[in-house]
Design a protein around this ligand. Structure first.
Ligand code: SF4
Ligand code: SF4
Length: 532
C-alpha cells in the first residue's frame, strides 16, 4: 500500500510533467507567431552598401511592404534573392559582386528586424511562459524522486521497460525533436527568430547586445544541464564521486562556457571560453580568431598563450595524473550535457567489438582531419597563400565546420542520444577525446582496478558504460581496465553491487596487468592466446 505522502509526491510529479509539456508546446508554437513586415529603409539600415545594392531590386518586387505570417516564409524569399544574386555574379565572373556573408546570417538580420509578433512585443512574458514554466515543471518532475526513489538510488530504474529510454516511440519522438532543433539552430536560424528574441532581455543584461542563436543555445544548454544536474544529484546522492563531477561540469559550463565569454563581450574583449581546447575548439587557429586575440592587448595575448599551453602542457600533464576524466567528465561542456541530459540513455551504447573497431577508425580519422585542417590554416596565416596544393584553405575549413563541427558534433552528437546512447560524439567523433585517449592509453597513472573474485557477472557495469566498454569482461578476469575511450565517469563502479571496480591513479608500473587485451582476427583475446 502506498502511503498518502508518496501519492502526493507522485501527483506533484505528474502536474510538473503537464506544466513542462505546456511550456514546450508554447515554445514550439511561438516559432509560428507573426507577422513579419519590412520596408526599403529598414533593410538599407541593416545591410552593407554592397549587399543592399545587390539585393534591393529583387526585394522591391518580393519583400518590401508585404505581410508574411511566418518567419520562414520571409526567410525563404531572402534566401532566394541571395542565391539568385550569387548565381548571376559567379556566372558572369563578377567576383566583386558575390555576397560573402552567409545567407542564413544575412537573412536572420532582416527577419529579426521585420519581426512584429507578440513575442517581440512582450519578450519577458514569453521568457516566463517557455523557459520559466519549463524549469518549474521539470523541477516538479525531478524533485519528488528524493522521496520516491527511497534508498534504491542508482539501480532498479526500469530503463529497459520504458518507451522513452529503450528506443520506444517516445524515444524516437525525442530523437526527431532533438535532430530538428539542431538542424534549425545550425542551418536555419532565420526560421526561429522568435525563439532567439525570447532571450534578448538576458543577453542585454549580460553583454548589452541582442541575442544570437548561439546565446539562445548557450542559455538553453545551461538550463537543461542544471535541471538534469539536479536529477543527477538525487539519483547518485549516495555516491560522492558522482556528486563531485556533476557539480564540476555544471560550474565549468555555467561560468566558463556561458557567463565569462558573454561578460568579456560586454567589455569589448574577444569571446573566449578558457576551458575549450583545440582540436575540440577547431577554429582556435583560424585567422579571425588569431587576429582578434593578437589585436586585444595583454588579455588577447594571454588567451592565445593559455590556449597553446593547454594543448601542449595541460592535456598531457593532467591526463598523466588523472586520466582523461579530468576533462571529459569534470570540465567539458559536451561531456557535461552527455552526463546530465544524456544520463537516461547511457545504456544504449553499443558494446560490440565491431563498434569498438568503428570507434577507433572514426575518431582517429577526425583527429587527422583536424590536424590537416589546422596545418593548412596556419600555412595560410603565415604565408598569405589562400591555397595549399590546389585546395582553398577556406574550403577545407568550411568542410570541417559543416561535417564535424555542425553535423557530427551537434545534429548527430546530441540528437542521437535517444537511439545510440549519450556519448556518440565523445566516443566516435571528438578529436580532443582521441588526443586525450592516446595519452591515457600510453602514459597515465589512471586505471580502473577490478577485484575479479568478487564479481558475480551481473553485467550492470557493462550495461551502464556509456563508452561501450564491456567492463564485465575485464572484471571477470581481474584485469585492470586501461582503455583510451574510458572517460572515467565512474558509473560502472557506482552500479556494481559488489564493489568490484575502483577508479584509481597509481604508479604506472603494473597498470596494465598480466593479460592485456588485444584485438586479433578472432576478436578480443588475451595476449597469450593471440596467434595473429
Ligand atoms: S569503463 Fe566505467 S568509468 Fe569508464 S566510461 Fe565506462 S562506465 Fe565510465
Ligand atoms: S557490476 Fe560488478 S558484479 Fe556485476 S559484472 Fe560488473 S564488476 Fe561484476
Amino acid at each position: 500500500m502506498e502511503t498518502n505522502f508518496r501519492i502526493e509526491m507522485k501527483a506533484i510529479k505528474y502536474i510538473g510533467g503537464v506544466i513542462f509539456g505546456l511550456a514546450l508546446l508554447i515554445f514550439i508554437l511561438s516559432a509560428m507567431l507573426g507577422p513579419f513586415t519590412t520596408n526599403q529603409q529598414e533593410v538599407q539600415a541593416l545591410l552593407s552598401e554592397k549587399q543592399f545594392a545587390q539585393l534591393d531590386s529583387y526585394f522591391q518586387e518580393e519583400l518590401y511592404d508585404r505581410d508574411f505570417q511566418f518567419g520562414f516564409q520571409m526567410a525563404a524569399v531572402i534566401r532566394t534573392g541571395y542565391e539568385n544574386t550569387n548565381r548571376w555574379a559567379k556566372k558572369e565572373a563578377r567576383w566583386d559582386d558575390v555576397l560573402y556573408e552567409r545567407k542564413m546570417d544575412l537573412s536572420s538580420k532582416i527577419v529579426r528586424g521585420a519581426n512584429k509578433s507578440a513575442v517581440q512585443e512582450d519578450k519577458g512574458l514569453f521568457l516566463f511562459l517557455t523557459f520559466g514554466l519549463g524549469i518549474i515543471g521539470s523541477l516538479m518532475w525531478v524533485l519528488p524522486n528524493v522521496i520516491l526513489l527511497g534508498k534504491k538510488g542508482i539501480k532498479n530504474n526500469h530503463y529497459f521497460q520504458q518507451s522513452s529510454t529503450n528506443r520506444g516511440w517516445i524515444g524516437w519522438l525525442v530523437f526527431a525533436c532533438l535532430v530538428s532543433f539542431y538542424i534549425l539552430l545550425y542551418f536555419f536560424p532565420d526560421f526561429i527568430t522568435n525563439w532567439i528574441i525570447v532571450t534578448d532581455p538576458l543577453s542585454m543584461a549580460l553583454n548589452r547586445g541582442a541575442a544570437s542563436q548561439w546565446f539562445l543555445y548557450g542559455f538553453l544548454y545551461c538550463v537543461v544541464m542544471s535541471v538534469m544536474g539536479v536529477r543527477m544529484f538525487i539519483k547518485y546522492r549516495q555516491n560522492r564521486y558522482q556528486m563531485f563531477r556533476t557539480s564540476s561540469v555544471l560550474f565549468f559550463q555555467i561560468c566558463f562556457a556561458f557567463l565569462i565569454p558573454e561578460i568579456l563581450v560586454r567589455f569589448n574583449q574577444p569571446y573566449y571560453d578558457f576551458k575549450n581546447i583545440w582540436p575540440l575548439d577547431y577554429d582556435f587557429f583560424f585567422q579571425w580568431n588569431l587576429d582578434a586575440m593578437l589585436s586585444n592587448g595583454t588579455l588577447g595575448l594571454f588567451m592565445l598563450v593559455w590556449g597553446i599551453v593547454l594543448i601542449l602542457v595541460g592535456v598531457p600533464v593532467m591526463v598523466y595524473f588523472f586520466g582523461k576524466r579530468w576533462y571529459c567528465s569534470w570540465v567539458c561542456g559536451c561531456g557535461g550535457l552527455a552526463e546530465t541530459l544524456g544520463d537516461p540513455y547511457r545504456h544504449l551504447s553499443d558494446k560490440s567489438v565491431k563498434s569498438w573497431k568503428i570507434e577507433r577508425y572514426l575518431i582517429h580519422s577526425v583527429l587527422v582531419f583536424a590536424l590537416v585542417m589546422t596545418g593548412v590554416t596556419l600555412y595560410t596565416f603565415f604565408s598569405g597563400d589562400q591555397e595549399v596544393l590546389g585546395v582553398q584553405t577556406q574550403d577545407v575549413q568550411s568542410t570541417y565546420g559543416f561535417m564535424i563541427g555542425s553535423v557530427f558534433a551537434g545534429v548527430i552528437g546530441t540528437g542521437f542520444y535517444p537511439v545510440m546512447g549519450n556519448r556518440v560524439w565523445c566516443r566516435f567523433g571528438c578529436p580532443l577525446a582521441a588526443y586525450l585517449g592516446l595519452v591515457q592509453r600510453f602514459k597515465s597513472r589512471f586505471r580502473i582496478t577490478t577485484n575479479g573474485a568478487q564479481c558475480i557477472s551481473c553485467g550492470n557495469c557493462s550495461t551502464y558504460c556509456e563508452m561501450g566498454i564491456d567492463v564485465r569482461w575485464y572484471a571477470q578476469r581481474g584485469q585492470n581496465i586501461v582503455r583510451s575511450s574510458c572517460v572515467g565517469c565512474g558509473v560502472c563502479s557506482a552500479v556494481c553491487p559488489r564493489g568490484v571496480l575502483k577508479l584509481e591513479n597509481g604508479p604506472e608500473e603494473g597498470r596494465i596487468n598480466d593479460n592485456p587485451i588485444l584485438i586479433g582476427k578472432k576478436g578480443i583475446q588475451l595476449s597469450k592466446n593471440v596467434t595473429s
